[in-house]
Design a protein around this ligand. Structure first.
Ligand code: BTN
Length: 246
């Protein structure tokens, strides 16, 4: 495909050990995660200009209109349970010289309090599909109406010009370093950094039925919350709402 926005990366992939050594680009695909689960090869990256059935967390769909975002999936052999944590740190760090992204538990990336990036890891047949969706060029009106208050893009927040191919190269390079670190030293090598980035200890939150204060994040990254009636809850997944501002 000669006019892919990612052609430069296909012709000259990053000099990484695993992640991104091969890059495959689609104009349109249903979901890069679905494709990767079915035929991903270790370390390869599948990026699409448009997804017709992009998948989000908690069974939601992910808005992936043409030309607006960076929609890609990394294939990893094995069951990488904690890989969204690694990916959230990698996206934040890869973009640190361009913008200050914050991590909202478990692995959303926010800019000016609005979600600009989501991460979804899926597993099948001893393969992990690590999907990352980064909103780049959207104007707020490009999002479905129900998302306009909560979602945004790099361009809508900061203006300027953004090169999806250059961003992808930087994210893959950073992600490769972190995947190698975790492979060599285990997940704990990054977990404390991620927990600190989530900045949740002591905060008052609501997640589903649970309202209370976050006491800790356990070894799996789950939230340990004391609710107002003194009950203790462990929350593994969900959407949190801050009740103390921010
Ligand atoms: C979320 O709900 O926050 C996770 C969104 C993940 C979206 C990405 S876009 C590339 C990859 N392919 C998919 O179908 N989903 C992920």
């Amino acid at each position: 495909m000669s006019d892919s926005p990612y052609q430069e990366l296909i012709d000259d992939p990053p000099q990484t050990r695993t992640v991104g050594r091969r890059v495959f680009a689609f104009d349109v695909i249903d979901s890069t995660n679905r494709h990767t689960l079915e035929q991903g090869e270790q370390g390869a990256v599948y990026v699409a200009d448009c997804q017709t059935a992009g998948r989000g967390r908690l069974g939601r769909s992910w808005h992936s209109a043409p030309g607006l975002g960076l929609w890609f999936t990394v294939a990893l052999d094995g069951l990488w349970e904690g890989v969204p944590i690694i990916a959230a740190l990698a996206v934040r760090d890869a973009l640190a010289d361009r913008c200050a992204l914050t991590i909202k538990w478990p692995n959303d990336l926010l800019l000016n309090g609005k979600k600009v990036c989501g991460i979804l890891a899926e597993h099948r047949n001893d393969r992990t599909a690590l999907g990352i969706g980064l909103n780049v060029h959207h104007a707020i009106g490009d999002f479905p109406e129900e998302l306009r208050e909560k979602a945004s893009s790099l361009e809508a927040e900061l203006g300027g010009s953004w090169d999806r191919c250059a961003i992808l190269r930087d994210v893959l390079t950073d992600l490769d370093g972190k995947v190698m670190l975790v492979q060599d030293q285990g997940a704990d090598a990054l977990r404390a950094e991620w927990a600190e980035a989530c900045a949740l200890i002591g905060r008052r939150i609501q997640c589903g039925e649970v309202v209370g204060e976050v006491r800790a994040l356990d070894a799996t990254g789950a939230l340990m919350v004391s609710s107002d009636d003194g009950a203790q809850h462990t929350i593994h997944a969900g959407d949190i709402h801050y009740l103390d501002g921010g």
